[in-house]
Design a protein. Sequence first.
Length: 473
Amino acid sequence: MSTATSAAQLIERPATATVLIVDDEDSTRSLCRDVVSDAGLRTRTAATTEQALEILDQAPVDIVITDLRVPQIGGIGLIKKIREMYPQTAVMVLTQYGTIESAVEATRMGAADYITKPFHIPELRSKLDRMVRTFEVDNENRVLRETLRSRPGFAGLIGVSAKMQKVYKLIEKVSQHAYPVLILGESGTGKELVARSIHFSGVRRVKPFVPVDCSALVPTLIEAELFGHVKGAFTGAVHTKQGLMETAETGTLFLDEIGELPTDLQAKLLRAIQEKEIRPVGGTDRVAVASRVIAATNRDLEAMIQKGSFRQDLYFRLNVVQIKLPPLRERKTDIPILVNAFLEKRSAESGRPYQFSEAAMAQILTYDWPGNVRELENAVERATALNSGPVLDLADLPSNVAYTMNQRVPMPDEIMPLEELEKRAILHALHEASGDKLEAAKLLKIGKTTLYRKLKQYDAQKNRLSRQAAGAN
Ligand SMILES: Nc1ncnc2c1ncn2[C@@H]1O[C@H](COP(=O)(O)OP(=O)(O)OP(=O)(O)O)[C@@H](O)[C@H]1O
Ligand SMILES: [Mg+2]
């Protein structure tokens, strides 16, 4: 049996803690910085709380060491903000000699520890050590918590990468308003999920969310679907039917695959959005509509405008705020979290625990996922369907995922290093044997211990490479 690893272990987080030092005195800042970097930790420094908050906003900080008398909002104000916005960041305060009450107040506000100025370096070092140990212990738990946290209002969106954090911020912002949003991104990046999160995080959540797939209907039907029709408007219109724009009330109309909308309908849609009125097909009366419009597409609308297949005025109208979803290959650090979430979902359904082997996980991190999250989710589902677990192996992954280009078996006239040739032969045999190592060893006419040893070696290599790749994200 191969060694299994939890997906969370593979998450690329900095191995060392990042410490932010906030003090307006240059001398204290540089003294603290020396102590912190001597301890092998990453340091950031700020002279004001404003600078500190900027740094906190840019990248995760694990520990903040702050003076209490620091401009502008003071140490206590900073602790409050940190507790509110970055609850996982631990704070140590620096207090002046003789102001123990403020230290008490700071601890009451959530500071983990304090140290009185002037302090001795060994004292700072030992307090820092303690905080770092707590950080290290917390680290894995924290990753797991992040994984499991059901984001209220985010309708199941998973991912903690900086790129996704940006998306969450935008969602939060736009959910409080009614202006149109255009969501762009490759297929399977989560456009519909984002549209739902915008709707369900805002005040409209109690109103309908109405998706319309503009690519799924023939043009005449889209018009009738969107605007409704009166009885007898066309063959088959036996009843008067309300249009989806009206059904959405003051909720959200989600126009999916907007790039597929025929141009004559683009004009009608533009008019409806602008005038907040529609005319049902075959009808004469106008009906008021008030829904918010969110549109999504994986097409390049600007290129379509150039070619004349998408109306520029509609584009301007829809593109008030644009949310661009990153392809999964640009946020590989989120892959282990997604994998974990999908495995847990499958576990909940089947009642069995699942885990990917190290080699499988490493390959999942190496592959580029052109079909993005959808493709990843399908691959996880497939693996759990093929293998009853608990350990899912390389052979349980779709073959295009398990064997990227440089792993295929070479052509007969291809020359490559013997070691590489051997590796490919072994991986190929393993695939042919559906992951059965004994069988693979037989196919290769080698002993099973030799096969195990080689696989272990590849595992180590692969993990190293994929960690580097994910770290580059
Ligand atoms: N960030 C994410 N967290 C969790 N699941 C996600 C995420 N992004 C996408 N998914 C899942 O991936 C699948 C595809 O997502 P969705 O349908 O929203 O993609 P899409 O961008 O609309 O794709 P398409 O362009 O093909 O319609 C869904 O099952 C969705 O739940
Ligand atoms: Mg979609």
